[in-house]
Design a protein around this ligand. Structure first.
Ligand SMILES: Nc1ncnc2c1ncn2[C@@H]1O[C@H](COP(=O)(O)OP(=O)(O)OP(=O)(O)O)[C@@H](O)[C@H]1O
Length: 357
């Protein structure tokens, strides 16, 4: 657990980066710091590994003030991932990953064996090990960066906009990978981003910051989207926060009809295994079918499937991608009602945000 106890940073030129932060980062969970550029996110993160020393207050790691710990030793016990991975260009991937084990004095063979395990864990092929960073794509470099941070199995990971330099598709893959890893490893993760979408996807706890590291709100993603603390937070979350909140709710309890139900003249076509191949209409054929997996996907995906379909139904598939039925748009909305409106659950009224009640 990390505890910021009035932690502040004023730079020698007088810039007040962080005014005085009180915050608990729970163990075994992902806490995301999000906020506008320059609000102090990186400064807060770096106070933990002493790359920035607070000018007032303290940062406690499992109850110990980090200022009392040897900085080099402290850093070897904390995984650190930064934007564009920050790999050593002259070292092969395997040796980049093994950096901390080498520093910890592991013998070469053990360190390299560990590096190979990690390469697999982050989804990279074994032959990647012999390459140099410049021979990898941006997304692959980030994966190596994550593997390097995990090499000595530290309980804590600091991640500073680790995925912001890659394109949206790669980024989404990296986020998914981090979620998978985190479900397995249960690290304490402190993650910085300026992307609220990323924060909502990855965070167990989201800390929305204003300038000078002032806390605007600390909440889990569903509560944050349903009940922003004030207008400023609501504006930061964006206008479609309600729709984005659907991404946090499972697509469950949606009534399915048989896939061969007549649908306004549209027929869903499937391949011999039963996977959807397109929509056959009276005058045209559409070759894309947006699908959702009941239980595995979210209400947002189900709604998306229903909105994109020319037959105005969501297409439900099983884990193998075989069609198991279709759902009318109304059925998706009913499931939404049955799940209970989040805003009410969070204790606010429809006008609660606007008028401050
Ligand atoms: N060495 C320094 N000297 C003076 N001011 C600094 C120094 N380092 C950072 N700052 C200032 O401190 C404030 C917080 O910076 P920080 O990098 O923590 O913000 P951030 O929220 O991570 O920003 P971004 O999202 O743009 O990366 C900024 O106003 C920045 O200009």
């Amino acid at each position: 657990m990390i505890r910021f106890d009035g932690a502040a940073k004023r730079h020698p030129d007088g810039t007040l980066a962080v005014e005085g932060l009180d915050l608990t980062v729970p163990a075994g969970q992902t806490t995301v710091l999000v906020g506008p550029s320059g609000c102090g996110k990186t400064t807060i993160l770096r106070m933990v590994n002493r790359m920035v020393e607070p000018t007032a207050g303290r940062v406690l790691l499992d109850g110990t003030d980090v200022a009392q710990l040897d900085a080099a030793k402290l850093r070897r016990g904390i995984g650190y991932v930064i934007q564009q991975a920050g790999l050593f260009p002259h070292r092969r991937v395997v040796d980049n990953i093994a950096t901390v084990p080498y520093l910890l004095g592991w013998d070469r063979k053990r360190a390299r064996t560990r590096a190979m395990e990690l390469l697999e864990l982050v989804g990279l092929a074994p032959e990647t090990a012999r390459r140099y960073p410049f021979q990898l794509s941006g997304g692959q470099q980030q994966r190596v960066g994550v593997a390097r941070a995990l090499a000595a199995d530290p309980p804590l990971l600091l991640m500073d906009e680790p995925f912001s330099a890659v394109d949206p598709v790669v980024r989404s893959g990296l986020q998914e990978e981090l979620l998978r890893l985190q479900a397995e490893l249960n690290k304490t993760v402190l993650f910085v981003t300026h992307d609220i979408e990323e924060a909502v996807r990855l965070g167990d706890q989201i800390v929305v910051l204003r300038e000078h590291g002032r806390i605007a709100q600390v909440a889990d993603p569903a509560t944050l989207l349903a009940a922003p603390a004030d207008e400023q937070v609501a504006a930061f979350l964006g206008r479609d926060r309600g729709l984005r909140g659907l991404a946090l709710r499972p697509a469950e309890g949606i009534a399915l009809l048989a896939a061969d139900t007549p649908l306004d003249g549209w027929t869903l076509t499937v391949d011999p295994e039963g996977r959807p191949t397109g929509w056959q209409g009276p005058a045209e054929t559409i070759r894309q079918v947006a699908v959702f997996r009941p239980g595995a996907d979210t209400l947002r995906t189900a709604l998306d499937s229903a909105v994109l379909s020319p037959a105005r139904v969501a297409v439900a598939v099983d884990q193998a991608g075989r069609v198991i039925g279709v759902a009318l748009r109304a059925a998706v909305l009913e499931a939404l009602d049955a799940a209970g409106p989040d805003a009410t659950a969070a204790g606010i009224t429809a006008t609660g945000v606007a008028d401050g009640r």
